[in-house]
Design a binder for this molecule. Sequence first.
Ligand code: PEP
Ligand code: MG
Length: 523
Amino acid sequence: MDILRTVSRGQGICFGHAFVVREDGGQVTVWDQCSFSEALEKTRSELEKLASDSDIFAAHYEMSQDPLIEDTYTEIKDDFIDDATACKEACEAICRLFEGIDDEYLRARVDDVKDVFGRILGHIEGRSKAGRFADIPHGSIIVAENLTPSDTVEIEMSAINGFVTEHGSTTSHVCIIAANNGKVAMVGVGGATEMIQNGQFMIVDASEGMVFVDPDEATRQEYERRVKTENEQLASVDVHAVAKTKNGKSVQVMANAGNPAEVKAAIEAGADGIGLLRSEFLYMESKDAFPSEETQFAAYREAATACGEKPLTIRTLDVGGDKKLAYWNTPKEENPFLGFRAIRVSMAMPDMFRNQLRAILRASAFGNIRIMFPMITSCEELASVLSVLDECKNELSESGIPFDQNIKAGIMIETPAAVLIAEELAAMVDFFSLGTNDLTQYVMAADRGNSAISHIYNPFAAAVQKAIKMAIDGAHNQGIECCMCGELASNKEATGMLLGYGLDTFSVSIPAIATIKYAITSL
Ligand code: PEP
Ligand code: MG
């Protein structure tokens, strides 16, 4: 038995025989070769047809229209480089741009760039990868270096049990598509296509980040027992109902989302609302300037409409730290996580902040929007933030622009400072949301991205648990609700403890919605 590991934890367990897809192993059908500009046109018209059926292809169609593709190609192409080589180099140049962005979601969009360029190149060279996924034996687990959205769309989902890929992150399309189809996906498994042979039997435990290849009988039996129990448990959950504990306490399980498409996916998967919409996506998608009020308004309205009456919690911009914007030059900082980050950036750039607040307020006329501020550290800071919000409300009222006059405003509790003055802060807002990803790093003085000290970065550490309890008590002493949107909320091992502390609402990753609803109903 071989065991392969990854640090990117997902959800679920699956069994099956490996169907190994190697980059050069596709079946090829040949048609006429063509120039780059003809290939780009063919790609656009192909994607235009596909766009109406799928958000992914709609995004690819939009990407194919981006002048960056032609501009980058034109810069590279000269008489000495053929169209196909220039196309590959343009793809690499654009991927490098995306990879330089310190945002996991946007880095994962490199797959989309490769996918669009893969189509263009296919036309230039007159070949297609179509058929690579034909004849997959029923019950397979696909093992690949990487899977693009087009690849995943080609796969007959009913034939497979899961995916293992060498590249990608938990926000890659392969994970989103797997979760939406109830499949298990495990990414970041280095060397998988080398070490796993076609047809080998595997057990994939995405929650533990382990792949067992040719498992022994004892491991197999143990996993069969665990899967049977978990399946029975999850099948008993009515994901579209609000979960109730055995004592009859209703507990909302909302979801975290990174863009309007994920908001829709979360609601379809049974989320009772969105407890965290990370608004960074708009700022990262924009290439040369902060997104306008109108662009933001359209995106927030789309997300609010998808939620219907359920709450949509929009967090204001949280850049800085490890998240940079291409068009925003900041001085180099010795300690970026302790530096110019989140609400500090917004307050230092009042026009940009007001644009965002006005866009959120205007969108609040179209749904049940709540607004949330990240990384608050003092009552004075919060008072200044709330006065900017009030000014924006007054401006809109004076101009007769509709918005929800009773919009709820809350804060993330993700700094030790906020925990220590939780009660005073709670007196100023409508809700708290515990950001345990940052709270853990600040309480434990352990960088959340540094694998060398990941044993210290532990949300179960006594000090973090005490901080969580103090924040919940602070909220309740002032009669406000306390949610948790950090990753700890998605961990079923923590559900009982968090309910015991009095946590009111969970906001979890999309694949964890059913799991956490089940955990609540069984307590
Ligand atoms: C957190 O810090 O727990 C959180 C949800 O915010 P982010 O992960 O976006 O920093
Ligand atoms: Mg945070």
